[in-house]
Design a protein around this ligand. Structure first.
Ligand SMILES: [Fe+2]
Length: 407
């Protein structure tokens, strides 16, 4: 029975095996303005119910072959939304009450009925039906509006993420204007770090995002280092090293002003610490160093060894793995090193390839493509990888920070 009943039509089905009573009820209800269908056979009435929708059903309790309670129970299965009324003689009342208690019936009316009581009962039944229907429509409307609101929130979330990424791109680019090539080193290291984090079992998107942002901005404090020190072609003297070693603290202080970067600022502050306590600025060791900074240190070391430097060519993957294993437990966290060693070279080639594609695009366009372009390249690289069309790793641009000695 798929018919939907509009509220303005008040359709009533009346069932009574005693035809004179049936007609009396029909006349009463029609006089009150209801659209009445009268049936003296309950089986025929069930047939009618399967073809036409009714707001209210009124039935006599005592009928041959089927009680009114049984009839209403089956009527409920055919038209669950209908409001059902049982009319019964006093001697059948207790059996009828049982049917009401099972939740099948809206109201029981005693025979002989009082006309105004009967009409008032049917009026209430129609009002109940209308109320149920309006409640359902309202619930559907609320559900629809909630869905629209959720979609709107998702859109806003996407916008916030995009603007955040653009802001971070801008911050890294500011540093890049002074300390060329840092951007692509930062991009690679940020991706490398997240990949190792994932291998180590970090799956919380918020934590991964913090690790990504902290790694990307690790050297942002170099904005506060003077050109005479930052861009000095020769070795730094002890005083200059003191100034250079301020950059983790400067970066941390800068990010304190931006609420969503406060967690990432810990990675920036600790990115030059060593696992054995020999780093700076606070000489933290072991798990005193936040996980993101320990992860970063491995990715940074790998990128430094496998990238070209002014004083030496890029080393092969195997050489980087051997060096990273050698310094596990001193410079680097051995657990992180273990996770790093589980990843095949193809992973690093793919990440390097993604970043290089973006750098080529930037050279063509003259500006940094938005993060969604970067993501599109990542997806393309993943697809390429799946199709085994990855070329061998070309040499990457030089990165300032990762050359020896560390900045
Ligand atoms: Fe640094």
């Amino acid at each position: 029975m798929g018919e939907t009943l509009p509220l303005e039509i008040e359709r009533l089905l009346v069932v009574d095996d005693e035809v004179p009573i049936l007609h009396a009820l029909q006349r009463t209800f029609e006089a009150a303005g209801f659209a009445v269908t009268a049936c003296s056979d309950p089986h025929e009435a069930l047939e009618t119910l399967s073809k036409q929708a009714f707001n209210v059903i009124s039935v006599d309790y005592s009928m041959p072959g089927m009680t009114g309670a049984e009839f209403l129970s089956r009527a409920k299965q055919i038209q669950p939304d209908s409001v059902r009324i049982l009319i019964t003689a006093a001697n059948d009342f207790s059996a009828a009450v049982d049917a009401v208690n099972k939740g099948e019936i809206f109201r029981i009316l005693a025979k002989p009925w009082n006309r105004s009581e009967l009409l008032s009962c049917v009026r209430q039944a129609f009002d109940t039906f209308a109320l149920k229907l309006r409640n359902r429509q309202l619930a559907q409307l609320v559900h629809k509006q909630n869905s629209e609101l959720a979609e709107l929130n998702r859109g806003l979330e996407r916008q916030v993420q995009e603007r955040t990424s653009n802001l971070l791109d801008g911050m890294v680019a500011v540093l890049d204007y002074r300390d060329t090539e840092t951007q692509w080193h930062s991009r690679r290291v940020s991706r490398f770090t997240c990949r190792i984090a994932h291998e180590l079992g970090v799956t919380d998107p918020r934590e991964l995002r913090t690790i990504e942002m902290g790694s990307l901005l690790h050297d942002i404090g170099k904005i506060g280092v003077r050109d005479a020190v930052l861009l000095k072609p020769g070795p730094l003297n002890p005083e200059e090293w003191v100034e250079m070693r301020e950059h983790p603290r400067l970066g941390w202080a800068l990010l304190q002003r931006i609420e969503f970067l406060r967690d990432a600022s810990q990675i920036v502050l600790q990115h030059q610490e060593r696992f054995d306590g020999g780093g700076y600025p606070a000489k933290l060791s072991g798990e005193q160093i936040v996980l993101g900074a320990r992860l970063f240190a491995v990715a940074d070391t790998y990128d430094a060894i496998t990238s070209d430097r002014p004083y030496r060519k890029a080393q092969p993957h195997e050489a980087a793995v051997a060096e990273i294993r050698r310094v596990a437990g001193t410079q680097l966290d051995p657990n992180v090193v273990e996770a790093f060693c589980r990843l095949p070279e193809s992973e690093w080639i793919a990440i390097r390839g993604e970043v290089e594609q973006i750098s080529l695009l930037e050279a063509q366009w003259g500006w940094t493509p938005p993060s969604r372009v970067f993501d599109a390249f990542r997806e393309a690289a993943i697809k390429q990888r799946a199709e085994k069309k990855i070329p061998s790793s070309p040499a990457a641009p030089t990165a300032h920070d990762s050359g020896a000695p560390q900045g």
